[in-house]
Design a protein around this ligand. Structure first.
Ligand code: FAD
Length: 443
């Protein structure tokens, strides 16, 4: 019948793939295997769950096993796929010590990613945490409620490290961030990251950049973090130094890997082996501006790629448009966002550019709650093509990045979008929105 669709992984990409496949082909026999107990949850909500702003973990779950079952999707939790055998079109699945062979006609690999653990002494001590899946979130939640830590060290100054800094501060913890790169948020430029660093320091977070984690010390639990420059007394450590794609299963099956060892996919989410698709944090994605394969693991992409994989596995013909590397995060009352390429990335690509950084307000200056907003814009030196935008600012600043993302998605030049008819009323923006101020200044 050619209708057995097997999906490996039950979070963003996996469940999007299964749900889309069921809509496209309602009589397909769809089975999802996940080695976790929870499915379809929003890991992006973990920091807010840990801060107590979301009352329980169930609220993070988008749809239940029963809801998927009603859509004719068989979700098997606690099932680990050990092996893919493309020659016989089978997967080996382990549940409680028994291994079963399951046939597929189409396979979607949505195994996600794992936190990178730096190879230093002490990472196995008690109270050293990572945050990636629901199990990690529950472990951290239990620890925080039980021990109420007073000092925490976060290793890694990316989005997750920063969101967790906010969370720990809210819980009354003293927080230090240790970042190996010369700046925090390494996917932004140094000048923009510096604004956030200053804000964090003003709010009591210690930020140590260009500093290397050497080891974590303690008898059983964490007592001290040692870097190449100092020692920090701490009761807990969060390692947030990046993610590595779960691509070993695919590699062992002979599937080609691409950049950063992620599973290489084309715009249809096809891997190098027929009838096997991959999507989400385990897979590569095409950058719209450079046309290159990149590895930018994000929930927004995982959902979209999952949908495309699911549609094609069900016999459809979908393509994924690619990404711009758009990202956003909130750290206390500061919002940071970026899209396109940073100045550093343009230099690496040998592209000549012009840039500007402007300071404006999020609302009319006289309106209550008007905050500072910094926008950095980058355009091609010769052709004025918009290459990148970065924002740091108060409430309402961050989502302005979407305007730039939309412009870049359509390949706009600065001239073409300078007089855009953007909405204005005092509670939302000054009469010239910061977006237009930036574009005019870049001219
Ligand atoms: P995963 O979520 O990793 O799911 C893969 C699943 O497959 C897991 O359950 C895994 O256990 C299972 N699996 C792996 N191997 C096997 C196997 N062999 N057999 C069976 N099951 C297997 N993204 C954003 O866009 N915006 C945000 O604000 C944001 N915030 C985040 C905050 C935090 C704290 C974290 C951790 C992530 C955040 N992300 C955010 C990233 C986002 O959560 C991920 O991009 C998304 O979860 C990826 O989905 P996925 O389905 O590809 O992979």
């Amino acid at each position: 019948r050619n209708d057995r669709i097997v999906v490996i992984g039950g979070v963003a990409a996996g469940m999007s793939a299964a749900a889309k496949a069921a809509r496209v082909k309602p009589d397909a026999r769809i089975t999802v295997f996940t080695n976790e107990i929870y499915i379809s949850y929003g890991a992006c909500g973990f920091p807010y769950f840990l801060a107590g702003e979301i009352e329980n973990e169930a609220k993070l779950v988008a749809r239940s096993i029963e809801q998927f079952r009603a859509q004719n999707i068989d979700v098997r939790v606690g099932h680990e796929v050990l092996k893919i055998n493309p020659a016989d079109k089978k997967v080996s699945v382990k549940k409680l010590g028994t291994v079963e062979e399951v046939d597929y006609d189409k396979l979607v690999i949505a195994t996600g990613a794992s936190p990178f653990i730096p190879p230093v002494e002490g990472v196995n001590l008690r109270n050293v945490f990572v945050l990636r899946n629901m199990g990690h979130a529950m472990e951290l939640k239990n620890y925080i409620s039980r021990e109420k830590p007073k000092n925490a060290v976060i290793v890694g100054g990316g989005y997750i490290g920063l969101e967790m800094a906010e969370m720990l501060l809210k819980l009354g913890c003293k927080v230090a961030i240790v970042e190996l790169a010369p700046q925090i948020v390494p996917n932004m430029d140094e000048d923009m990251a510096a604004i956030l660093k200053e804000y964090l320091e003003k709010n009591g977070v210690e930020v140590f950049t260009a500093e290397k984690l050497m080891r974590i010390e303690g008898r059983e639990a964490v007592e001290k973090v040692v870097t190449d420059k100092r020692e920090l007394v701490s009761e807990m450590v969060l390692l947030a130094v990046g993610t590595i794609p779960n691509s070993k299963l695919a590699e062992d099956a002979g599937i080609e890997l691409g950049i950063r060892n992620a599973i290489k996919v084309n715009t249809r989410m096809e891997t190098s082996i027929p009838d096997i698709y991959a999507a989400g944090d385990c897979a590569t994605v095409r950058h719209r501006l450079t046309g290159e394969d990149v590895y930018i693991p994000l929930g927004t992409t995982a959902n979209k790629q999952g949908r495309v994989a699911g549609e094609n596995a069900a016999g459809g013909n979908a393509e994924f448009a690619g990404v711009l590397g758009t990202g956003i995060a909130k750290v206390m009352n500061m919002e940071i966002a970026r899209t396109g390429l940073s100045a550093r990335e343009l230099q690496q690509h040998g592209i000549e550019y012009v840039e500007t950084v402007i300071l404006a307000r999020t609302k009319a200056g006289y309106y209550p709650g008007s905050e500072k907003i910094y926008i950095k814009l980058i355009a091609g030196k010769q052709d004025g093509k918009l290459w990148g935008a970065q924002i740091v600012g108060g409430a309402g600043a961050g989502k302005r990045i979407d305007v730039f993302a939309a412009c870049m998605h359509l390949g706009a030049t600065v001239d073409a979008v300078q007089d855009m008819d953007l909405a204005y009323a005092p509670p939302f923006s000054p009469v010239y929105d910061a977006i237009l101020v930036g574009l005019t200044d870049l001219q």
